[in-house]
Design a binder for this molecule. Structure first.
Ligand code: MN
Length: 228
């Protein structure tokens, strides 16, 4: 069997302590999953069901590095997030089995063209042009759960040019990792290779060319990007 065109290159992430790569299937992102961020975006954290959007696998910027400022925007924002990487999936996964599906965790950034996302929100249109552009998902090497366990708490923060802009704790997630996996698996068939960006703490804001972003999740990892 041959392909009629060259097959797309498999997007991957490096793995801490291994020369092998993690192959990426789908990328699911949870919206407004920290109460303080939900409020800063005009939401009501007490009433909202979880909601999701997606990026494609090849939007990942593996390991960070240079992040090219994307076209058609003057308001690109950082969103520092815990990333969950699945080694198995399925439909209707019960919460008490959800953590068994996890390969490991990474430190990621859900980079966002906020101006375009805002226009789409206002018009009731999909968010892709705000969210799913090239290099919009920088992510660190994955740290296997077999090494670090399943972090239920730990500081998550982002510095821009040495100044702390976002600061939270994983224990502030409105929908925790097991709940998010269980809920998502009622809507989609989850699979090995899926990534879940679990939402961002308060303090999102714009970046400029030349900015150096340094994100850390206690017990998980770090991500560095330079806006170019
Ligand atoms: Mn986000």
């Amino acid at each position: 069997m041959a392909y009629v065109i060259p097959a797309p290159i498999q997007a991957t992430l490096p793995v801490v302590g291994s020369d092998d790569q993690f192959p990426i299937h789908r990328i699911y992102c949870v919206g407004r999953n920290y109460a303080a961020h939900s409020r800063e975006m005009g939401g009501d954290p007490d009433r909202e069901e979880p909601f999701f959007f997606m990026k494609s696998a090849d939007t990942v910027l593996p390991g960070g590095g240079d992040f090219p400022y994307p076209a058609k925007s003057n308001d690109v924002h950082h969103e520092m997030e815990l990333v969950v990487a699945l080694k198995s999936g399925g439909d209707n996964i019960p919460q008490d089995q959800a953590l068994d599906c996890i390969f490991g965790y990474g430190a990621g950034l859900d980079m966002t063209r906020r101006d375009l996302q805002g226009q789409m929100k206002k018009a009731g249109r999909p968010w892709e042009i705000g969210k799913a552009f090239e290099n919009s998902a920088p992510c660190s090497a994955l740290n296997p759960a077999s090494s670090i366990g399943h972090p239920g708490n730990g500081r998550i923060w982002l510095e821009v040019n040495g100044e702390v802009r976002q600061d939270g704790d994983l224990n502030q997630l409105i929908w925790n990792v097991a709940e998010s996996i269980s809920y998502l698996s009622g809507l989609f068939t989850l699979a090995a290779g899926d990534l879940i960006f679990t939402g961002t703490p308060a303090g999102v804001g714009p970046v400029d060319r030349g900015d150096k972003l340094h994100g850390t999740i206690e017990g998980v990892g770090e991500i560095n990007i330079t806006v170019v």
